[in-house]
Design a protein around this ligand. Structure first.
Ligand SMILES: *[C@@H]1O[C@H](CO)[C@@H](O)[C@H](O)[C@H]1NC(C)=O
Ligand SMILES: *[C@@H]1O[C@H](CO)[C@@H](O)[C@H](O)[C@H]1NC(C)=O
Ligand SMILES: *[C@@H]1O[C@H](CO)[C@@H](O)[C@H](O)[C@H]1NC(C)=O
Ligand SMILES: *[C@@H]1O[C@H](CO)[C@@H](O)[C@H](O)[C@H]1NC(C)=O
Length: 340
């Protein structure tokens, strides 16, 4: 090779290196780490088919990009999805939650048959709802948190009057909306402040009608520490409505804050935001009574305030599903720091 050839080769090598470095920077956020540290096991797997409703305890599930879907072996019937149902008001089309109507936390949702859900509370007759579809029901625009606009498929008049009677004690006022999974949210406008501050939070982090992301993870050790601080407390992980509860003998309280990546089974998740907490945590998940002393919020406010845009207490982490897959209770939980 002559001098010209060497120079050309060197130039080519430089170009390759520069382009490579650029692409690496660009894709860095997406690169899944290859060194993982085991921190504990998946102790609980919870799904909330109705936003603000009662939890469904699962032993296994599919973890999709938009959150948990039930998976029952050999069962090809309809599978429930996390936060795929939402209650909204007839008059303003805004969503309603247990923050205003605590008794919503007692509403159970189950699959009745191939195309019906069975919805129950301790005090009402069972409601059977036909799973709606765009072709046979009307699509409605509703508003979630921060006036985020989102579509739902309305579940019909019988469901509307059942929910109105249970929640309001009236024949109308509320309606039930359903997400068929066919569209993804755009949070850039409504959640601009958060999207600007939390650099890894984006449209692709979102769940169906969850407040924000598809998965919420809680560390049992954090709740144990909180309870020590409160003293005589009836607060449990359930007050925080997690999808995943991680536990293990070596887990430090609040360790989850610094987990950038989490791997459970073949599922890989990214920590995209701390979970900022509200009045919802003060509602007892089993009897819907509000705590008389504002716990756990009162104690959390003393030592767990966010440094982010909202100065409210934090507990647990919001995860984005980077690699979907199957997950089951008892799976080891691995974490990794980012590659930087
Ligand atoms: C977001 O991603 C960047 C770059 O990968 C990382 O350095 C940062 O720590 C992440 N932020 C959070 C809150 O995970
Ligand atoms: C967010 O969603 C909007 C609307 O679907 C889309 O135009 C945009 O490309 C999305 N942005 C990201 C970062 O996913
Ligand atoms: C702890 O709670 C129980 C039941 O709520 C109550 O009977 C008991 O007096 C409380 N103990 C203290 C030390 O506050
Ligand atoms: C609900 O449960 C909590 C915790 O066990 C208890 O302190 C409270 O008194 C209960 N409320 C009602 C109305 O039963």
């Amino acid at each position: 090779m002559g001098l010209g050839g060497t120079a050309m080769f060197a130039t080519l090598a430089t170009v390759v290196a520069v382009v490579g470095a650029y692409l690496y920077q660009k894709k860095k956020k997406e690169i899944v780490p290859w060194t993982w540290e085991e921190v504990g096991t998946l102790k609980k797997l919870h799904m909330y088919p109705l936003k603000s409703g009662h939890r469904l305890e699962l032993t296994q599930a599919e973890c999709t990009k938009v959150g948990l879907t039930q998976s029952k072996e050999g069962d090809n019937s309809y599978q429930l999805k996390d936060r795929s149902l939402v209650v909204y008001a007839e008059k303003d089309h805004e969503f309603r939650t247990a923050r205003t109507y605590p008794k919503m936390v007692l509403i159970d949702v189950a699959v009745h048959d191939a195309d019906h859900l069975a919805i129950d509370t301790p005090t009402m007759r069972t409601l059977y709802v036909e799973i709606p579809s765009k072709s046979n029901s009307k699509e409605v625009s509703i508003k979630l948190h921060a006036n985020e606009e989102i579509y739902c498929i309305d579940c019909g008049d019988e469901a509307a009057s059942w929910f109105s009677r249970y929640i309001l004690g009236k024949d109308s006022g509320l309606r039930l909306g359903y997400h068929d999974g066919s569209y993804r949210r755009d949070i850039r406008k409504a959640h601009k402040v958060d999207v600007d501050y939390y650099k890894n939070l984006s449209n692709s982090s979102t769940g169906l009608y969850s407040d924000l992301t598809s998965i919420l993870l809680l560390n049992q050790a954090s709740v144990n520490d909180l309870n020590k601080r409160i003293g005589n407390s009836s607060v449990t992980v359930l007050n925080f409505r997690p999808n995943f509860v991680v536990d293990g003998p070596d887990l430090a309280p609040y360790a989850e804050d610094s987990w950038e990546w989490v791997k459970i089974g073949n599922v890989v998740l990214r920590n995209v935001k701390e979970c900022t907490r509200c009045i919802m945590t003060t509602i007892n998940p089993e009897n819907a009574s509000r705590s008389s002393d504002m716990e756990p919020l009162k104690t959390l406010k003393k030592y767990r305030l966010s440094n982010g845009p909202s100065k409210v207490p934090i507990m647990g982490i919001h995860l984005e599903v980077k690699r979907p897959g199957s997950i089951k209770v008892g799976d080891p939980v691995y974490v990794a720091k980012s590659l930087e």
